[in-house]
Design a protein around this ligand. Structure first.
Ligand code: 5GP
Length: 175
């Protein structure tokens, strides 16, 4: 197994700033709640919120779906719920990656029942080739091929979340 760099830290930083500026522009004067989906999106969300120039709050959602496997089971469950109601609030769900779309679609359906004023999705990455449920990504960082990505919060068996850049795991033996 080897780690191959995919997107370097400065490109990520630049894109995150662009997305934060878009969000700042779109939510002027609105009460915004940023909801990072744990654990994969915590680094992205931490960088993103620091460039959003608005009054906002942050609340976390924990989901269980993947285990250590590289395939989505299709079964998604909320393991840690929001700590405050979102009724009447403008909510942005923040994902690390939309792969099959099953997680984002499940969370969308769940959160919409709580009657937010609006609900949008930000995702650092999207793998369109793997779509099983189409979800609209309102704020997207990068589109990637069908590869397994780690780093910048994303893990493989809980490792690599601390890499400051995005990388791909390959089967090539490491040199
Ligand atoms: P989906 O439900 O869209 O298939 O999968 C969403 C979740 O699967 C992501 O939030 C992430 O935790 C995990 N996932 C999907 N693709 C990758 C990947 O390439 N790398 C990592 N580290 N996790 C992934």
């Amino acid at each position: 197994m080897a780690i191959k760099p995919l997107i370097d830290a400065s490109r990520i930083a630049q894109r995150v700033i662009e997305l934060a500026h878009e969000i700042t522009h779109d939510y002027l004067g609105k009460e915004l709640v940023i909801v990072p989906v744990l654990k994969g999106s915590y680094v992205f969300a931490a960088d993103l919120v620091r460039h959003i120039d608005l009054d906002l709050s942050v609340d976390f959602l924990g989901v269980r779906s993947y285990g250590d496997a590289q395939e989505s089971s299709g079964v998604v469950e909320i393991s840690t719920d929001l700590s405050h109601p979102i009724e009447g609030k403008h909510v942005i769900l923040v994902e690390d990656i939309v792969d099959t779309g099953l997680t984002a679609s499940y969370l969308n359906q769940n959160l919409i029942t709580r009657r937010p004023a609006s609900l949008k999705l930000a995702s650092l990455l999207h793998k369109p080739s793997r779509t099983r449920k189409t979800v609209e990504i309102d704020y997207l960082g990068f589109t990637v091929d069908d590869v397994f990505v780690v780093g910048y919060g994303l893990d493989h068996a809980e490792k690599f979340r601390n890499l400051p850049y995005l990388a791909v795991i390959t089967d090539e033996p490491s040199s």
